[in-house]
Design a protein around this ligand. Sequence first.
Ligand SMILES: [Zn+2]
Length: 138
Amino acid sequence: MSTSADAPSRIPHVDYLVLDDGEPHLVAHECASCGARFFDRRNACAACFGTEFTTVPIATRGTVQAFTIVAFAAPGIPVPFVAAVVDCDGTSVKGNIINVDPDPANVATGMSVQLATYSLGTDDNGVEAVGYGFEPAT
Ligand SMILES: [Zn+2]
């Protein structure tokens, strides 16, 4: 039995994060002509100028391709944090590495990670904004 009826609604912070269809996952727009994938909305493919896209789910596990530990950011953004590019079964996804100390000892290229969501806060109506990152794979 689900008890979610009393829980606040949750809305994804970005429109390519899907929360209400099984496990949380990301989706991309895939060019019908060449298969290039984009997370933002596009009118035409940057690779081939095709204009037809399908929505495809992105693997929730991947490996860290590149990362940087960000020490300076806009006011209000806690630093340091780890910004990374994760190879999710062939699709490059930008995301922060979360649930680890932002220290080079804890993050490495090639390390296995999995998608994780976290709360960005709840508004006055009880609607929770949810963001995503990647955490070390279990
Ligand atoms: Zn294309």
